[in-house]
Design a protein around this ligand. Structure first.
Ligand code: IPE
Ligand code: IPE
Ligand code: MG
Length: 249
């Protein structure tokens, strides 16, 4: 019932086109319950499902989920392996749901760092969902904002070296196109769960004008209603992009 109440408050023609989420708090959620961290990650998959469903239901076009950062490789090997296993299993088991709901899978990040099994599963699922025209689900895997910017700068550097691009012609658009995120609009709304108020090397370039929303809810507890609450909060904001309030009106 409360789900419906919050969903009812959403203004349909002001739904953010792109929502990005830093899914944080799995470990603390498990610890609070006296379980191992991986139990929290498993529970987190349910919250992923709920977020995808909520986004699709209200007409969000792009949902980017921070699933594994460049820095997360420094976690204990056992946790990293368990996360990779969970990733393969989840993508495999969710394929029918993706197809049924016309969801297209995309990724950002250095996939070459992932175990072969993960890469194969991701490639297969991306190919199978390529023609789906509903929500685009972007998984950030072995991703960090700085990594992407550095890689983009290297690509631009090669263009310059080969004489295909003049340094003075480098602008926002050129960098946009060289990033992993080139196919997606910038996020309108960035959500982080677990109470931490930091970006942790997520979409550094792309969030220049995103609205930020922090909630203390730990990721495994993040339900549809919490997603809708974030949307309602977003809709109450005035995005000025440097202009004055009067110009916006
Ligand atoms: C987020 O939860 C999941 C990943 C980073 C893979 P955490 O594992 O960071 O959980 P906390 O922050 O330790 O509670
Ligand atoms: C950010 O969470 C990365 C993901 C959610 C995948 P972390 O838990 O790794 O972030 P920090 O280290 O606390 O900033
Ligand atoms: Mg964390």
């Amino acid at each position: 019932m409360s789900d419906l109440l919050t969903q009812y408050q959403i203004i349909p023609d002001r739904v953010p086109q792109h929502v990005a989420i830093i899914m944080d708090g799995n470990g603390r959620w498990a610890k609070q319950k006296g379980h191992l961290r991986i139990f929290g990650h498993r529970q987190g998959v349910k919250a992923v499902r709920a977020a995808i469903e909520s986004a699709a239901e209200i007409g969000v076009k792009y949902l980017t989920l921070y699933a594994f950062s460049t820095e997360n490789w420094t976690r204990p090997e056992q946790e990293v392996n368990a996360l990779m296993e969970l990733l393969v299993d989840t993508i495999e088991s969710e394929l029918p749901t993706l197809m049924k709901n016309k969801i297209k899978l995309a990724t950002i990040g250095d996939l070459t760092k992932l175990p072969k099994k993960c890469q194969t599963q991701l490639d297969k699922t991306k190919a199978k969902t390529a023609e789906n025209d509903g929500l685009t689900l972007v998984l950030a895997l072995s991703y960090s904002g700085r990594w992407d910017i550095i890689e983009a700068v290297k690509r631009i550097g090669i263009e310059v070296k080969e004489g295909k691009l003049a340094p003075e012609d480098i602008n926002d658009g050129i960098l946009d196109k060289a990033l992993n995120t080139s196919c997606f609009p910038n996020p309108d709304l960035l959500v982080r769960t677990s109470g931490e108020q930091r970006i942790s090397n997520f979409l550094l370039w792309e969030i220049a004008y995103s609205e930020l929303y922090f909630t203390p809810v730990l990721w495994p507890d993040f339900a549809k209603d919490d997603f809708y609450k974030a949307i309602v909060d977003y809709q109450g904001r005035e995005r000025r992009f440097g202009k004055t309030s009067e110009q916006i009106a």
